[in-house]
Design a protein around this ligand. Structure first.
Ligand SMILES: Cc1cc2nc3c(=O)[nH]c(=O)nc-3n(C[C@H](O)[C@H](O)[C@H](O)COP(=O)(O)OP(=O)(O)OC[C@H]3O[C@@H](n4cnc5c(N)ncnc54)[C@H](O)[C@@H]3O)c2cc1C
Ligand code: FES
Length: 510
């Protein structure tokens, strides 16, 4: 997360920009007074909107125009050029809009304009009165926010067994854990948001059962909450290995803000950490602990980090990157026991450690869905509209297995942006909309200063094509099966990543 540009960088757009310097689909970044603004050209239309992404301040003018939207280069948020609305997560707040005027071969930015977001659902004659969301994470929050954005006026009850209100979970293994993000970056919204938006957020509230015929959910305290529509967004929980010593106080997993705070507290007095697992969360934790000056050893059964998802070349690169930062790998090895001072390895050695973090994968939280009799297939089975087979019940996020148009199979992923976008689509459909979830899956991961972006979904591939140079941190890696590109990972090739996403969307439409 960083400021993308100084507010007054570039030309003063009120002085006009020559139209013939702006090709169709081009953008120019400048400013209006103190505000960073961009002008975008789409055919013969010109739009002026805020130039800074409302997610992590990405520079929108370096993104991509697709139809009448602009996509952020960093994590693919999508904004309407017409209204500034954040149409697709991870940005959830709009950017400002300005009116434009064409005169004497130039386009000028004029006054700030107020444009209401487009209503995406025609109001139902009998709209649901009570919507209950189980889960206060990515999908649950995005759904509640979208319901209110669509001017839904009925009741929203959000039930979460977490102690914290919805947080920016990806940050918990990155800047926040590294100590470089202030506390106020973590909540997705200030506490006042829930009161102002009339969202009845109930924390530390576990749902124990769903009564499908009665349309109500049971809480651990014995009370019940009735619903007309229900969104199941229970996410996933960190896997805990069945090892002697896993329950010692210096051994942690990472899913919640409380987990993260506990690691930070322990890190304050730790000199050496063992991270178990060499995939995304484990290695992001390793990088963050290195930023705190802690020695880090990574223990994992894999031959290479992240190879299963990203292939050998990126795996080797990621390993080298972490080694440059002082991380020591113990690959093709596992921990067999942990005690207060050390971790014992299967290979026979031991590693001294006063902090242990297990990042060995997550398990979707399916118990409620199973008990309610919903169809389960290594996840909650939903259709393209994110409906389960039970009337009025939708599912989204890490638990949902949906028919993915791009790969042609039913898939379940554990990506922040997918969970949020599913929450948004589920919200529209709970209001009576009929929008398919057809977004191209996207995730990012960050290691030190190196971001890795990934679009599409490839569980396996028979060909891997690299454009550019992985070692030079300037590449796209194409995962193909039968000659078809299933997914593309990229390092510092943001525009290419956006173009692949747009091309996949287009291919599916046609
Ligand atoms: C540390 C970390 C870093 C990550 N980084 C990235 C990243 O960089 N990029 C990326 O794409 N993805 C990342 N992810 C994955 C991403 O955070 C998840 O895919 C996303 O949070 C899933 O959203 P969700 O809404 O399905 O579940 P969650 O966000 O986990 O939310 C689930 C909610 O349900 C609640 N809940 C569950 N069961 C019950 C119950 N019975 N009663 C009441 N409440 C219940 C939980 O308390 C929680 O509030 C990261 C995950 C972690 C943990
Ligand atoms: S900074 Fe724009 S999507 Fe993250």
């Amino acid at each position: 997360m960083s400021a993308a540009q100084s507010e007054t960088a570039g030309p003063d757009l009120t002085q006009g920009v020559a139209i013939d310097t702006l090709a169709d689909g081009a953008m120019v970044a400048g400013h209006v007074g103190d505000a960073a603004v961009l002008i975008a050209r789409r055919g013969n239309e010109f739009f002026a909107i805020g130039a800074t992404c409302t997610h992590y301040n990405g520079p929108l003018a370096e993104g991509l125009i697709v139809d009448d939207t602009v996509r952020c280069p960093w994590h693919h948020a999508c904004f309407s050029l017409r209204t500034g609305e954040a149409l697709h997560a991870p940005a959830l707040a709009p950017v400002a809009c300005w009116s434009t005027e064409q005169r004497d071969g130039k386009v000028f930015v004029r006054e700030k304009a107020t444009r209401a977001p487009r209503l995406r659902v025609a109001p139902l004659r009998e709209s649901p009165r009570k919507i209950v969301i189980i889960g206060g994470g990515a999908a649950g929050f995005a759904a509640a926010e979208m319901l209110r954005r669509q001017r839904y006026e009925g009741s929203i009850v959000m039930l979460s067994d977490d102690a914290a209100p919805p947080v920016d979970r990806p940050n918990l293994s990155k800047d926040y854990l590294a100590g470089s993000a202030p506390e106020d970056w973590v909540p997705l919204r200030a506490d006042s948001f829930y009161t102002e938006a009339s969202i009845d957020l109930r924390l530390k509230t576990a749902v124990t059962a769903i009564d499908v015929p009665a349309r109500e959910v049971a809480l651990r305290d014995g009370s019940k909450v009735a619903y007309d529509r229900l969104l199941l967004a229970t996410g996933a929980e960190a896997v805990r290995l069945p090892l002697p010593g896993m329950d010692l106080p210096h051994v942690h997993t990472l899913r919640t803000l409380d987990d993260c705070r506990a690691i930070i507290a322990r890190a304050a007095t730790s000199r050496r950490a063992v991270v178990m697992g060499a995939s995304f969360i484990g290695l992001e934790v390793a990088a963050s602990l290195r930023s705190r000056g802690i020695d880090v050893h990574v223990v994992a059964p894999d031959k290479r980090p992240m190879e299963r998802v990203l292939g050998a070349q990126i795996g080797d690169f990621v390993r080298g990157l972490h080694e440059e930062h002082g991380v020591i790998f113990h690959l093709e090895d596992t921990a067999t026991a942990i005690d207060a001072r050390r971790v014992t390895l299967k290979s026979g050695g031991t590693i001294d450690a006063d902090l242990v973090v297990a990042g060995v994968g997550v398990r979707p939280r399916l118990t409620l869905a199973e008990k309610a009799g919903l169809a389960i297939d290594r996840g909650v089975t939903v259709n393209a509209y994110l409906e389960t087979g039970a009337p009025g019940i939708f599912a989204a996020g890490d638990i949902a297995r949906w028919p993915d148009v791009h790969s042609g199979g039913a898939i379940r992923v554990e990506h922040w942006v997918v969970a949020q976008r599913q929450g948004q689509i589920a919200a529209l459909n709970m209001l009576g909309g009929r929008e398919k979830f057809d977004a191209v899956p996207f995730f990012w991961s960050q290691h030190y200063d190196v971001p890795i972006n990934y679009v599409g979904h490839a569980e396996s591939w028979d060909e891997l094509v690299i454009e550019g140079d992985v070692a030079k941190r300037d590449c796209t890696v194409h995962y193909k099966r039968g000659g078809r590109v299933l997914a593309v990972a990229s390092i510092y090739r943001d525009t290419a990543s956006l173009k692949v996403e747009a091309a996949m969307e287009q291919a599916d439409k046609s």
